[in-house]
Write a protein of this length. Structure first.
Length: 266
């Protein structure tokens, strides 16, 4: 009897079901708020560049940096001076469009790029030092003389030195492949006025290469936040090209080592 019923059932075709409608994903309020915050930070930099860029980079012919700063301090002149400087240095060409907003919603590396561009420079310098230590990790670990190692420790700081020795080989080994600097240069910052040591140079170059690989339109504006003594334009001769694996490892370093940024990029 069961066999007969099964045979009769095969004679009837099941009615076609209409395709299920696409159900839009429920927006994540936290993600939307984070995207809005980052867009606002970026817009603030682009609209008020004088608050962010290095004074030596603030140019508006025929006005000098001191005159620009004085005029910007006056409420009536602040907005037009900022607009003029933004146009002069090309900030008005940096896009904040739907494509960028989409990347900010879904890509931690893009969110980190905006944070690098807009964060206080002391925080940026700390992250740059971490990246320099990671890239130089192989050379640091290969330093044999105790006096040389102590000199490097003094230059990096004890915590960053230990990070280069202990964490980088295990957690971020691919970053060691990016070091293109001459091997005969001392691994120490300089105290000479107007000069920048190799560690500082390399760290800022690494941040620039990260921007090149994630949000290239932000790499140029970042250069204007730095003093001219940092040879940012030649960053590709100091640090290798960032691939996806390198960018991902930079994000991991920030998550572990820069908590104030981690809350924004996660």
């Amino acid at each position: 009897m069961t066999a007969v019923l099964a045979a009769r059932a095969e004679e009837f075709t099941a009615p076609e079901r209409p395709p299920l409608p696409d159900i839009p994903a429920t927006p994540d309020p936290r993600a939307e708020a984070r995207t809005l915050e980052l867009a606002a930070r970026l817009a603030s930099l682009l609209r008020r560049p004088i608050d962010y860029i290095d004074p030596t980079q603030c140019k508006l012919e025929p006005l000098g940096g001191a005159m620009i700063d004085t005029m910007a301090g006056h409420r009536a002149f602040r907005a037009p001076i900022n607009r003029a400087v933004a146009a002069q240095i090309g900030f008005d060409a940096v896009p904040i469009d739907n494509l960028m907003l989409g990347r900010l919603r879904r890509a931690p590396s893009s969110r980190l790029a905006v944070v690098i561009l807009t964060a206080p420079l002391d925080e940026v310098a700390h992250v740059a030092r971490l990246l320099a230590a990671a890239i130089l990790s192989r050379r640091i670990r290969g330093t044999v003389m105790k006096a040389d190692r102590e000199q490097i420790r003094d230059a990096l700081g004890g915590g960053v030195f230990d990070f280069a020795i202990q964490e980088v080989p295990v957690l971020y080994p691919s970053l060691c492949e990016l070091d293109l600097t001459p091997r005969n240069e001392p691994l120490q910052p300089t105290t000479e006025p107007g000069q920048v040591g190799q560690i500082e140079q390399l760290g800022m170059a690494a941040l620039g290469r990260f921007l090149d690989g994630t949000e290239p339109s932000l790499a140029g504006p970042f250069a204007l936040r730095l003093p001219s003594a940092i040879h940012y334009a030649s960053r590709d001769s100091a640090v290798g090209r960032f691939e996806t694996i390198h960018c991902d490892q930079i994000v991991k370093i920030v998550r572990r080592r820069q908590q104030s940024w981690s809350a924004i990029i996660d």
